[in-house]
Design a protein around this ligand. Sequence first.
Ligand code: 1BN
Ligand code: ZN
Length: 326
Amino acid sequence: MIDLRRLAHPLVRAAREVRRRLEVGPITHETVPVRPSTETAGDGGFDGERAFGLLRAQCEMGPRAPGTDGHARTRQWMIEQLAPLVDGLVVQRWRQKIGRGPGAGQALEMTNVLALVHGAAGAAEQAPDVMLSAHWDTRPVADQDPDPARRALPVPGANDGASGVAVVLEAARALRARRPPRPVALALWDGEDLGEYYYGSRAYAAALRRGTVPWRPRRGVLLDMVGKRNLRCTTEMHSIRLAPRLWEQVLASADALGLGAHFGARRQAITDDHVFLNRAGIPTVLLIDYAYPQWHTTADTVDQCDASSLQVAGDVVLHLIHTSPP
Ligand code: 1BN
Ligand code: ZN
């Protein structure tokens, strides 16, 4: 009998090897009790200053690469931040082998944090419309640092890590104060920035395929590096190719708010967690300002970021959630 696997072209075999290496083992889901607070802080608007405080708080916990103290502290802090704000909270955990790149050879515990905010209809409608998400880990090595002596140090991740999380958490507070027309899902991805990248969204996609994820959103917005001063979001070509209608809806929201000037920067295709969410059948766009000289350097610090940039990102995603049909 001919073994067809042995006849495969070397490229096919290489692709199979990459898939094998990235296979995700068991993924567990733990429901965390929520403590919905009766107090509804604010009028439903997004508070950029409050979001900036959340960015700073993450940076004060230190770099947040998987396996570090800062990572463990931040995971707990995110859960504590979300518990009083959301109607459902699930922690998704798995053990991730790192095949190559920073962290290669290690097996690290990783955690995605998934949450649900009910819409105006309350618990009756369970299927979320938009999923707002961001990666919460930071890169273990500043390999783009101009100073070679600093390239083995960890990235502080004020913009690359903390900014997206800050917008998601502050959006959760605003959505609790003013309920969206349909439920909103929130997700904070781990393991985006080491090894072969994007472990969190890939694990989530694997869990979706296995049918073990508690809710499946219709569409999504991924926020990454939205904290830089003078935010001008990249015209991100994977988003336009994979989720063109949603991209147009985001731009329409920005225009409606008079924030169109913060979009339309240079065209670039940037592979990020949204690519894996799109592959899993959730049309998702990426909001990112990739023109960031401090990317993957030790200078990705709080002083590079600005509350007004978080305000732009937050206002646009809340406008989208409140006004655009699925
Ligand atoms: C975004 C922020 N990414 C990592 N930190 C994704 C990425 C990886 C973008 C490699 C470009 C190249
Ligand atoms: Zn990064």
